[in-house]
Structures are given as structure tokens and as C-alpha cells.
Design a protein around this ligand. Structure first.
Ligand SMILES: [Zn+2]
Length: 290
């Protein structure tokens, strides 16, 4: 069934787990995410990100994915990740998305608040949820360009978070407390003292981006602090390569493209299931009726 993000955040809060949001730039990836969630009997979020629009036009993918979500046996929220312009966010709204991230974190605080408030006003009137970001999150590419960068300068501020949520009524807030985008190898060090202060500052669902480089124990530890949505892409997406290499090295015949897609999809599906299990924080999804 197709649901919005606030429905999922309320259930996650009640049962102390986090919902996985898996970016799916291509359709086999979207199928892998939804099939994995169905096999786990768990809710899930799936979506596209504005900066990768070259891999799929959301005006084409949106209606197809919304239909896949409606047919799913579990709650599925169709989410636009890192929407960075009103035009693109409105495109997602028109294309069947039930949740958008209005990411104006590149702007000064007041302008970020103002842009998100405008998006919330419109999106809530049509039952679409809105995520925003308070603070900033670097990527590994930023860190490579500026090796002396102190990522603490990007961290969310509890007072600003409180003010942001009160002014915008956003449904979920991405916070910066040590994770980094596109992380494969380095271990981010999460600041749990700051996470506690951020949790104390608001009742809003908190979101972790850049989870792929975070060790599993730190992910588990962070969920009881009110982390209700966790974005994952790098770890899942890179799981396809070893599976493909293994299959290709064993094949004596040239392989068909659809066979390669199936192998990649299966590998990603297993990785999505592992993430759903981890983010579930021990919650027994198998006994739920949706
Ligand atoms: Zn992100």
C-alpha cells in the first residue's frame, strides 16, 4: 500500500525502530527494495534523488513506482530524496510521490526555514510529508577536497533544530552528528551527546543520512535516540559488483543483460533485507498485519 512518511514515522516511534529509505536510481533497484520489504513484512521508503535525475525521469518513474507501492503487501512510501528546488519538488508531487525532502540546507538558516515552510504549507494540503535538514552534511568528496575540514562545523544545533521544527512543522528532520555521504571505508564517529541534545530539543522524527559507513553497533545505538528513518544507498548499491564478478568469472558463455540484472538485483535485495533487519532494532515485523 502507498502511504506517506508521517504514517511510517508514527509507527516507528510507537515501536522504537527506524524505517529504511533506499534510493533506487533504476527500476530493478526499486523492485529489489519493495520485494525485500514484502519478504520481511516491513514498511519501507523508496525513492529518487534530484542530483541523479539522469538515471530516471521522476515523471516517468513516479507513476510506475506509485503503482508498485499500491500493489505491495506492506506500507511503501515513495520519497524524493534531496529535492533542492521548488520546481523539482513540485514535479515529484505531480508524479505521485507521497513524501519529499525539501533540502535547502545549502542556504542560510532563515532562508532554509522559509523555503521549507512554503513546501510544508503546500505538501500538507495534499497529504504529502516533508523532510528537511538542519545543519549540513559533507560528502567524502568534500572531505577529499578539504582534508583539514572539521565536520563538527557542519553539525546540527539543538536550539536551531527546535526553532526550525516550530517554524516549519516539517514531519522529519535530517540531523548532522557525524555521518558523511557516500562513505565506503572510513568510520564516521557519531556524537551521541549531541544526538541526545537534539532528541531533547524536539519531538520530530530524526533522520540519519549516510549510514553506509557507520558500523552496525553505532546504528543500533542511535535508534533509541529517536532516529526513525535511515537512508542507505552506498552499501546496498556496491553489493552488486562482487556478485556480478563472481557470476561472470564462472560463466563460460557470454551472459545476457537480463541475467546480469537478476544477479545484481538479488544481491541488492539481500543487502536491503539486512538493512531492514538492522534498522528494525529487534522489532518483530513478521507478526504485523498491514
Ligand atoms: Zn542524503
Amino acid at each position: 500500500m502507498l502511504v506517506n512518511m508521517s504514517t511510517l514515522m508514527a509507527d516507528a516511534e510507537k515501536n522504537n525502530y527506524a524505517v529504511g529509505m533506499f534510493t533506487a536510481p533504476t527500476m530493478p533497484f526499486a523492485e529489489a527494495v519493495i520485494e525485500a520489504a514484502e519478504e520481511m513484512n516491513a514498511p519501507v521508503m523508496v525513492g529518487q534523488v534530484e542530483c541523479w535525475k539522469q538515471y530516471g525521469d521522476i515523471e516517468i518513474y513516479g507513476p510506475i513506482m506509485a503503482d508498485m507501492a499500491r500493489r505491495a503487501k506492506v506500507p511503501v512510501c515513495l520519497h524524493l530524496d534531496h529535492g533542492q528546488s521548488i520546481q523539482y519538488i513540485m514535479k515529484a508531487v505531480r508524479s505521485g510521490y507521497t513524501s519529499v525532502m525539501a533540502d535547502f540546507s545549502m542556504l542560510p538558516f532563515e532562508e532554509n526555514v522559509e523555503m521549507v515552510r512554503k513546501c510544508v504549507d503546500f505538501c500538507h494540503s495534499v497529504d504529502i510529508s516533508v523532510e528537511a535538514m538542519c545543519g549540513k552534511m559533507p560528502s567524502v568528496y568534500d572531505l577529499a577536497e578539504q582534508p583539514d575540514l572539521d565536520i563538527r562545523e557542519y553539525f546540527s544545533n539543538p536550539d536551531e533544530l527546535k526553532e526550525f521544527v516550530e517554524a516549519t512543522h516539517a514531519d522529519a528532520m535530517t540531523i548532522s552528528f557525524g555521518t558523511v555521504h557516500n562513505m565506503k571505508i572510513m568510520q564516521p564517529m557519531l556524537d551521541f551527546k549531541l544526538l541526545q541534545e537534539l532528541k531533547d530539543a524536539t519531538d520530530c522524527a530524526l533522520v540519519m543520512h549516510g549510514s553506509s559507513g557507520v558500523e552496525t553497533e553505532q546504528i543500533k545505538q542511535s535508534i533509541p535516540y529517536g532516529i526513525r528513518k535511515i537512508n542507505a544507498y552506498t552499501k546496498l548499491s556496491t553489493s552488486a559488483q562482487p556478485a556480478l564478478q563472481d557470476a561472470m568469472s564462472r560463466s563460460e558463455e557470454p551472459m545476457f543483460f537480463h541475467e546480469l540484472l537478476d544477479i545484481a538485483k538479488d544481491a541488492m535485495k539481500n543487502a536491503v533485507k539486512e538493512s531492514i533487519e538492522l534498522f528494525g532494532n529487534g522489532y518483530d515485523f513478521s507478526s504485523r498485519t498491514w
